[in-house]
Design a protein around this ligand. Structure first.
Ligand code: CA
Length: 440
């Protein structure tokens, strides 16, 4: 009875907290006595082990979830970065491939164009130039030309065109004046010195073919670097060997600035064109004084009638077996070369010829035995002496004598009749060419 009362009291004490979860179990004990077992859930959850998670666990779980999300984003970003790099590399490779293909196509187009131009040049070379006309019996004739060009590149192209020769048979018309004859061939260039400064890209150099020996003889070498606005320095070398060694014996400062690359040395004097003028000067090399000053009548100057390469090469002075010459052009001749023979003492014109060779279509000119010869191109590696004008007959003809611009920028060509050589200034280099005259 007291047991039942105790159970009842317990139920009252626990009240509503464990009403639904309390149970009473009755059984026989080992001693044979009746045994009551009362079971009730604890109202305090924290006192019992349970599978349910508490707030701390939930908080921990939430933090773990957040951490997992962060890690996931980081790992995902790395993956994305790697993927982006791969995509960028692929795109870069693709662009490079496309650029290479485009360049390959351009190279092929250029090669094709070069082949076409080569074939065109060969074709034109095999046919007489349609500009030639004249008397076919003597091989000389007028050479028509018209228009003028001022653009440097265009001039160069014109020079290349005018290089095309016509196969004209050169007659054995030999002048026996001091071993004279027609130009038969020009040898390969021999290099003697290379200018070491930018002022030497173009210039002029000489040996006096009729040196007086007072004080300079025929071995003395004269040199002028022609790049600049105020060219006055004349370098003097004892001989070719000293030129090769780069050891001038003196430097003469000229009283007036030089224009063009058309100066020359003859009988102990330097003849040159005064800057920005048609004035010719005779400078005595012995006394180092200007002894004659005279304008070349009607001559263009300072870029009005230059050779194809420009360089204010309006007046080109030359010497040959017959004396001193001026090669230039005038308004009256409309750009065609005018050739005048000069008195070397007074610089007066003693006689003039008007040719049909356009000055701006040729690269340079020189005189041999009273004949004017022109070179087609100053820049082509292989070009020709393409025209000749004979002062004896007053007629011109086309030629096809090979000429080699080894350094591809030839700014000066002069003949020295004592040495039988052409003196030339080709892109910093001072070179000579042996010439052979037909009939010698
Ligand atoms: Ca010349």
């Amino acid at each position: 009875m007291w047991v039942q009362s105790a159970v009842f009291l317990c139920l009252l004490v626990l009240g509503t907290q464990g009403q639904d979860r309390a149970s009473l179990h009755k059984s026989s004990g080992r001693s044979g006595r009746c045994q009551y077992t009362f079971t009730v859930d604890s109202p305090v959850e924290s006192s019992c082990q349970s599978s349910r998670v508490g707030p701390e666990a939930e908080n921990l779980s939430a933090r773990l979830t957040l951490l997992e999300a962060v890690v996931s984003r980081v790992l995902g970003a790395e993956v994305l970065t790697e993927a982006a790099k791969e995509v960028a590399d692929i795109q870069k490779t693709k662009r490079l491939t496309e650029d290479k293909e485009q360049l390959d196509r351009q190279v092929q187009d250029l090669r094709r164009r070069v082949e076409e131009l080569t074939m065109e040049a060969e074709k034109l070379r095999d046919n007489p130039c349609p500009l030639l006309h004249g008397n076919p019996t003597d091989g000389f004739g007028g050479i028509r030309g018209s228009g003028s060009v001022t653009n440097g590149a265009f001039q160069e192209m014109k020079a290349e065109v005018s290089e095309l020769p016509a196969p004209v048979k050169i007659q054995e018309n030999i002048h026996n004046n001091r071993g004279c004859g027609e130009l038969a061939s020009v040898g390969e260039p021999e290099t003697h010195q290379k200018a070491d400064g930018i002022t030497g890209k173009y210039g002029m150099w000489f040996q006096d073919p009729e040196a007086t020996g007072r004080p300079y003889g025929p071995d003395t070498v004269w040199r002028i670097n022609a790049v600049g606005k105020d060219i006055k320095e004349l370098y003097v070398y004892e001989n070719m060997e000293q030129l090769r060694r780069g050891l001038p014996m003196k430097v003469v400062v000229l009283p007036e600035s030089v224009e063009s690359t058309g100066a020359t040395v003859y009988r102990g004097s330097l003849y040159y064109q005064r800057r920005r003028s048609p004035t010719l000067l005779r400078f005595d090399l012995g006394s180092e004084k200007l002894v004659v000053r005279r304008d070349l009548p009607q001559s263009g100057f300072h870029g009005k009638f230059p050779y194809s390469w420009g360089g204010y090469t309006d007046i080109d002075l030359a010497v040959d077996e017959q004396g001193l010459w001026a090669i230039y052009s005038t308004d009256k001749s409309k750009g065609a070369i005018v050739l005048s023979r000069l008195d070397p003492g007074t610089l007066e014109v003693t006689r003039s010829w008007e040719t049909n060779i356009r000055k701006n279509k040729v690269a340079n000119a020189f005189m041999i035995c009273g004949r004017l010869y022109t070179v087609a191109s100053y820049i082509a590696n292989t070009t020709t002496v393409n025209y000749a004008f004979d002062t004896a007959s007053g007629k011109s003809k086309m030629l096809d004598v090979p000429f080699h611009n080894r350094y591809r920028y030839n700014s000066m060509i002069d003949y020295n009749h004592a040495k039988k050589k052409l003196y030339s200034w080709d892109n910093f280099h001072m070179v000579t060419y042996d010439v052979k005259l037909r009939g010698l």
